[in-house]
Design a protein around this ligand. Structure first.
Ligand SMILES: *Cc1c(COP(=O)(O)O)cnc(C)c1O
Ligand SMILES: [Zn+2]
Length: 419
């Protein structure tokens, strides 16, 4: 890993060699999130736009020289990355915009964006010959770790709140993880998992604790920019819970700018749910994210329910340093966005994924984006992850199924009625 210079603490600025600390800066309890810093001059000798154009590995590993792993590291066999970036002219037109794309990370192997991070976690854990990997999660990070571990025969222990959607719990059980359903919130599960990892010496994948998760998540913007022929978009919309994804997008864009592969950094818009709007409030009111009290975290979009966003330092910087904004949407707006996104471009998102689109709807109405902006909306999770949310969403827009008897006469009757 000669291309990694050091790990830099985002609170005190102290720099550590990669073998000096495993996860966090030890001077700040569990909060000392560090950032992986690279030697871009060295990286430039190993990867270029031209070498990428000739590379037919369409997974996140095409960007291996930019990832914090060894060049010869064994990677999971599942196909992670290079998800489609769909042009969405009908959505754009509806919002009075010209260029909107939707990147669908619901297409990843375990059906959420989290596969990008968990893939790195498993590679790092195996680098260290870890017996067991652990994580706490609202559901998707767990499913991602679980599925990727299954593909590599890696034992793992997963902590999720017992209220996680059944589909996500089913994934864990099917993949064969040891599952702990915690009788509490995600925040409770997170604390318990940290304690368990310390007690048993397990490899810890937890978001905003393990510095390498951001590095997996950044691959989404590499793909977006490469898919747009290195013409970076003007704005990116993403939903925010713990803030690791948004921090990862920002990191990836800074990498690309440092390499000279893009000529500007897009504005990043973080979308939060009203009941879980810690970052939005802190950004709006100029509050210190390290001392601000947790919020309730209550929202229909379980994947962005985070009372105390674990990656709040990176999450705030992603918006302030790119002149973006935080946007807050109601649960009703999130649910309404599910069928509208599905019908406008054919992408079926879980509530947290659709929240990003709900944020764009609001931003367009409020004039935060202009008609000419080239805008990317990131869908972070597949709609099949949360059928209860999906059924509520169609209720919101008044779509109901028709009931017919088993004969054509009755069908004709029904067809007449719905005309
Ligand atoms: C985890 C997740 C998010 C939010 O990511 P954070 O890093 O927690 O901000 C958004 N959408 C989906 C579907 C997720 O699984
Ligand atoms: Zn520090």
């Amino acid at each position: 890993m000669d291309h990694v210079k050091h790990l830099k603490c985002l609170i005190c600025g102290k720099e550590y060699a990669t073998d000096e600390i495993e996860y966090i800066c030890p001077d700040h309890g569990n909060e000392g999130i560090v950032d992986v810093r690279y030697d871009y001059d060295l990286i430039k000798t190993r990867i270029s736009k031209e070498s990428l154009a000739a590379n037919d590995d369409y997974t996140i590993w095409r960007y291996k020289p930019l990832l914090p792993i060894e060049a010869d590291a064994a990677v999971p066999p599942l196909s992670i990355g290079w998800t489609p970036l769909y042009d969405a002219p009908r959505l754009a037109e509806k919002l009075g915009l010209k260029h909107v794309w939707v990147k669908d990370d619901g297409r990843l192997p375990t059906a959420s964006f989290k596969d990008r991070a968990s893939a790195i976690a498993v590679v790092k854990a195996q680098e260290q010959n870890a017996d067991i990997i652990t994580t706490a999660s609202t559901g998707n990070a767990a499913a991602a770790l679980s599925g990727i571990c299954a593909s590599m025969e890696q034992p793992n222990v997963i902590f999720v709140p017992e209220a996680a959607p059944p589909a996500k719990i089913a994934q864990l059980l099917v993949y064969g993880s040891t599952v702990m359903l915690v009788k509490g919130t995600y925040d409770d599960a997170f604390e318990l998992c940290l304690e368990a990892a310390a007690e048993y010496g397990w490899y810890n994948r937890n978001t905003a604790y393990n510095p390498y998760m951001t590095e997996g998540k950044k691959t989404a913007v590499y793909e977006i920019c490469e898919q747009l022929n290195w013409n970076a978009p003007d704005a990116i919309f993403v939903s925010v819970g713990d803030g690791c994804i948004i921090g990862g997008l920002h990191k990836g864009l800074k990498d690309l700018l440092a390499l000279g592969w893009i000529d500007h950094i897009p504005r990043i818009y973080g979308v939060q749910a009203e009941g879980s709007a810690f970052m939005y409030e802190a950004w709006r009111d100029g509050e210190d994210v390290l001392t601000k009290a947790p919020v309730s975290g209550k929202t229909v979009a379980d994947s962005i329910s985070a009372g105390l966003p674990r990656d709040r330092i990176k999450a705030l910087a992603a918006v302030t340093e790119t002149n973006g904004a935080y946007i807050c949407v109601s649960d009703d707006e999130i649910l309404t966005a599910i069928p509208n996104l599905a019908r406008g471009v054919g992408v079926f998102a879980e509530p947290a994924g659709a929240a990003a689109y709900a944020g764009l709807v609001k931003a367009a109405a409020d004039g935060l984006v202009s008609a000419d902006d080239r805008i990317v909306v990131l869908n972070t999770g597949n709609g099949l992850k949360d059928i209860k949310g999906a059924m509520k969403s169609v209720e919101m827009v008044g779509t109901t199924p028709n009931r017919v008897e088993t004969n054509l006469a009755d069908l004709k009757q029904v067809m007449q009625e719905i005309k």
